[in-house]
Design a binder for this molecule. Structure first.
Ligand code: HOZ
Length: 427
């Protein structure tokens, strides 16, 4: 597979963009390689500038549940663009998307659109602090909530492979206000609340962590989180940037029946365009400016293109068969990959939920940050490189999850399995 043109672009990119990429994981550093430059994408496939074709298992890290360039989404964007790309004034599409989200999430009475998941989580924390009059926040080791300062402490995603668990540039004063607990370990949360019973504004959690690979909540963990936050007067924030509309028409909260006080969204609700949102109970959301005093603003917030892409995507997803179909396809792929591994290289552990999965290079049962870190990232790097050679584009990090879209089909699954078989047979 040629990669000369990608390499040329990468050379040019490195001169003008830090590390040659606009988001670290894309640099392929943790898989010991260099990035491919993508020319176009269609359905479940990516096409690079050298003319190579790949079955795509990242789906732009989550938004593209319908696959690339879905005709109805493209048409909606084109129609919106023809009427103007941004107004700096309200438009009907913002209301329409907000209504769709509020209808799908019982715990969201009101919602504010922003431009990214990072903006959503950053704003939700500010709101939680203002609402409770408290300063501290609890997050979990390996969970990732975007790159605002208070979250870049023992965070997931690119920080897990950057060689440092937290980012320089985050001041000690900010770090002191973030308490890091262990996901799936309620005792660590109890200890934090016992130490600071009146100072914790919020607990923020990815209900299904998907930035240290895919982790599932053990029974009662999230329920106990809900109970303990209520008991101590702190808010519970579900970061559903990845899980929102990815698993069901709603969020993981719809599945679990646990109602957080605030929810952050992004990815799928923007149909592949930049978007984020935070929402929750009336009494909390009414504190947001201009209804209340908590300031947050954005030139492109609620812009008509992202709203149109989001509405088009959600309208299609209202046909719930989509979720069933993608889930069945995921089960088929993961089930057969498991069998393949058991027959050949028995050191992969799989976690899957809905249309997301992770192949961890470890023989441990993976359920928390410590077991995640038992993964052999060198083996993952080799597997990634060899699968890429076979035309299968896996996440360029052990700690990002694989996403399947409605555009994937049985042929993609079969081709992926054959590729994995060829790779494993060579090992
Ligand atoms: N941190 C993002 C995924 N968890 C990566 C986004 C990207 O590189 O596009």
């Amino acid at each position: 597979m040629g990669r000369e043109i990608s390499d040329q672009w990468y050379g040019r990119a490195q001169k003008v963009i830090p590390g040659g990429v606009n988001s670290p994981v894309r640099a392929f550093k943790s898989v010991g390689s260099t990035p491919l430059f993508i020319e176009r994408a269609q359905g479940s496939h990516l096409y690079d500038v050298d003319g190579n074709e790949y079955i795509d298992y990242i789906g732009s890290f989550g938004p593209l549940i319908l696959g690339h360039s879905h005709p109805q989404v493209v048409e909606a964007i084109a129609q919106a663009a023809a009427k103007g790309t941004s107004y700096g004034a309200p438009c009907a599409a913002e209301v329409e998307l907000a209504e769709m989200i509020c209808d799908a999430f019982p715990a969201i009475d009101k919602i504010r659109m922003v431009n990214s998941g990072t903006e959503a989580t950053m704003s939700a924390i500010r709101l939680a602090r203002a609402y409770t009059g408290r300063d501290l926040m609890i997050k979990f080791e390996g969970c990732y909530h975007g790159h605002a300062d208070s979250f870049l402490i023992q965070a997931g995603s690119g920080l897990l492979t950057a060689g440092h668990p937290s980012s320089p540039g985050v001041t000690a004063a900010v770090a002191e206000q973030t308490i890091v607990c262990r996901y799936n370990d309620i005792e660590s949360v109890k200890a934090a609340f016992e130490q600071y019973p009146h100072d914790i504004a919020a607990v923020i959690v990815e209900p299904i962590p998907a930035n240290m690979g895919l982790i599932l909540p053990i029974p009662d963990f999230l329920e106990e989180l809900r109970a303990i936050t209520r008991r101590f007067g702190a808010l519970l924030i579900f970061d559903e940037v990845i899980t929102g509309f990815r698993l069901i028409y709603g969020g993981y909260q719809t599945i679990s029946g646990i109602e957080p006080d605030l929810t952050t969204l992004g990815k799928v609700i923007g149909g592949g365009l930049p978007v984020g949102a935070y929402g929750g109970r009336f009494d909390i959301m009414s504190k947001v400016a201009p209804e209340g005093p908590v300031y947050q603003a954005g030139t492109l917030s609620g812009n008509p293109l992202a709203m149109a892409a989001g509405i088009a995507t959600l309208k299609i997803l209202q046909d719930r068969d989509y979720y069933d179909r993608i889930e069945v396809l995921t089960q088929l792929l993961v089930g057969r990959l498991k069998t393949l591994c058991e027959e050949r290289l028995n050191f992969f552990a799989f976690n899957e939920y809905g249309s997301m999965f992770t192949m961890f290079c470890t023989d441990e049962y993976v359920w928390d940050y410590q077991s995640v870190m038992s993964s052999d990232t060198k083996i993952y790097a080799r597997f990634h490189q060899e699968m890429l050679q076979e035309g299968v584009y896996l996440p360029p990090s052990q700690f990002e999850v694989c996403f399947i879209s409605a555009a994937h089909d049985l042929i993609d699954v079969e081709r992926t399995l054959q590729a994995a078989k060829r790779v494993m047979d060579r090992w």
